[in-house]
Design a protein around this ligand. Structure first.
Ligand code: HEM
Length: 509
């Protein structure tokens, strides 16, 4: 079969697919200019990953459904395959834990940098600054963010975040709520932007944020909608206003990143604001959804709410603190050993309700391993210029990987629209790593791992825990409808809800 035979029908996602081709072009231009040492491809080189034959996909498959299209391709070709998109760009999808490890372990062969340039307009970062970001700035910013989001610096951010919640919760009126998911994610978002910037960050901006957020691919492709551009410009001007008028009140994270980008890396003020906005966007896009999913799932289950409250009460007594706020403000106190039930719930939430797809570019021809049934390994050849999508979420799949995520009869809940049974007790039995081909391989990876691991991961987990603890301390919440379905069309990152979830909120004495 010719590689041009696979043509997905045109769809509302065409701009996204076109975006991928532009990114491809950008990436190719960047990598092709580097002096890359190619590994000679011998005659016995392994084959490339199999190419999906579209004639074998179910005829009724809705190709705009990202989740189901991936699952259908996977059932034909396994967890590593190539698919030719309608614009003739071939994307290599990688959901095998060993292949992901090989790619992450070889930053000289695979990286993300060139893909940064195409994304720069999302945050109003200029082209020259985008090129700086692609070559050195991205990695430098990532390392600096890891420093800013750990230890005592993280603790000061968390305190600001908890103060933001208190204010948000003061504003919640008890009674029936038409959409608990939306209420919770918006509260979380507001507390996040106030923690990063200042308490004068305007309210009511979450709708605009969501509009902007959903157009990442269109920005990468340089074809955002006018509404997407207006939403991006609104957030850029809000960030600039916070920085220009209230810098001394902004978080240490914002102040130090701004200084670093300007003074150490010589970028303009306008571009430094863009870089800060990017970090703020990364910090505000996935965590609010995570907090909302977890509290919505708890609102379905009084026993689990009790478990969390009991665990927090025991910890309060053990630490001799007078209120929950003191624990919620301190990421150290909320560590897994102190709050094992809540910790497992957060881990399970990120397994069930997130679908991390992370792009990489292949910089030189490289052979990678993949699992080939129990105890067997196969190899694939990847080529310079290949665009890859690492599908961390595929490793979280219990049907595919029952040895790591066994389903125990009667345990857990299968919420509608999800692929996985939500059972936080599974983390009592599995640690999130395993041995494959004699090496330790990670099996729980919602934050990625290796050199590009999410630098906000400690904050994200601390935020989600604090949000749940503080809410359940102050209110009770009972669902009046089913869990919302996650949106299969946006099967990327922490998932978005397709439905409203009605619930009743009561105050606790
Ligand atoms: C539940 C919440 C979150 C999840 C699931 C998440 C997940 C991820 C993932 C999968 C990556 C890419 C890793 C890779 O390329 O291999 C990433 C990158 C990143 N995340 Fe997070 N993240 C979350 C919250 C946060 C927060 C709160 C911040 C704080 C500001 C943050 C800041 C970043 C940054 C700066 C990057 C690096 C992007 C780059 O330059 O490549 N994230 N995150």
């Amino acid at each position: 079969m010719s590689s041009f035979d696979f043509e997905l029908p045109s769809s509302p996602h065409l701009p996204i697919l076109l975006a991928i081709s532009l990114i491809l072009l950008f990436a190719y231009l960047f990598t092709s200019r580097r002096s890359v040492a190619l590994t000679p491809t011998s005659l016995s080189a392994p084959p490339p990953p199999p190419l999906v034959d579209p004639t074998r996909l179910p005829s009724k498959l809705d190709r705009t459904n990202v989740r189901d299209t991936f699952l259908a391709c996977r059932s034909l070709n396994g967890s590593v395959f190539r698919a030719l998109e309608p614009n003739f760009a071939t994307i290599t999808y990688i959901g095998d834990p060993l292949t992901i490890k090989d790619i992450i372990d070889r930053p000289d062969s695979f990286d993300i940098s060139s893909l940064h340039t195409a994304a720069a307009p999302m945050w109003n970062i200029s082209l020259p600054a985008g090129v700086w970001f692609a070559h050195t700035g991205g990695q430098a910013t990532l390392q600096h963010s890891s420093h800013l989001l750990s230890g005592s610096r993280l603790a000061s951010l968390q305190q600001r975040f908890v103060a933001g919640f208190k204010k948000e919760f003061d504003g919640i009126e008890t009674g029936d709520k038409a959409d608990m998911f939306r209420l919770l994610s918006e509260c979380f978002f507001q507390a996040t932007v106030e923690a990063l910037f200042t308490t004068s960050f305007p309210r009511g901006e979450y709708d605009g944020f969501l509009k902007w957020d959903r157009e990442l691919n269109q920005f990468c492709m340089a074809c955002p909608s006018p509404a997407g551009v207006a939403a991006r410009d609104r957030f850029y001007s809000l960030a600039a206003q916070q920085i220009d008028e209230h810098l001394s009140e902004c978080s240490l994270q914002v102040r130090e990143q701004l200084n670093d980008v300007k003074n150490k890396h010589g970028q303009s003020h306008a571009d430094a604001v863009g870089v800060v906005l990017r970090t703020a966007w990364l910090g505000s896009t996935q965590s609010p959804l995570s907090g909302a999913w977890l509290l919505c799932s708890l609102s379905q289950n009084p026993e689990k709410r009790k478990k969390v409250r009991d665990e927090v009460r025991v910890l309060k007594d053990k630490l001799g603190v007078s209120n929950v706020e003191e624990i919620a403000s301190n990421p150290e106190m909320m560590k897994g050993d102190n709050l094992p039930v809540l910790d497992s719930m957060v881990q399970e939430l990120l397994r069930v309700y997130s679908a991390q797809n992370v792009p990489r570019m292949c910089l030189k021809d490289t052979v990678v391993r993949a699992m080939d049934g129990p105890g067997r390994i196969k190899r694939y050849q990847l080529k310079q210029g290949d665009i890859l999508q690492l599908l961390f979420w595929n490793v979280h799949d219990a049907q595919l990987n029952p040895e790591w995520w066994p389903e125990e009869g009667g345990k857990g809940e299968k919420f509608r629209g999800t692929l996985e049974t939500f059972d936080e007790t599974r983390f009592d039995r599995h640690s999130g790593t395993t041995k494959l081909d004699g090496e330790t391989v990670k099996t729980w990876t919602p934050f990625g791992y290796g050199a590009r691991v999410c630098p906000g991961r400690y904050w994200a987990v601390a935020e989600i825990k604090a949000f749940v603890m503080l809410f359940l301390d102050r209110f009770d919440v009972e669902a009046k409808g089913e869990m919302p379905r996650p949106d299969p069309m946006r099967w990327v990152g922490v998932l978005h809800a397709m439905d409203a979830m009605p619930a009743t909120v009561t105050a606790r004495s």
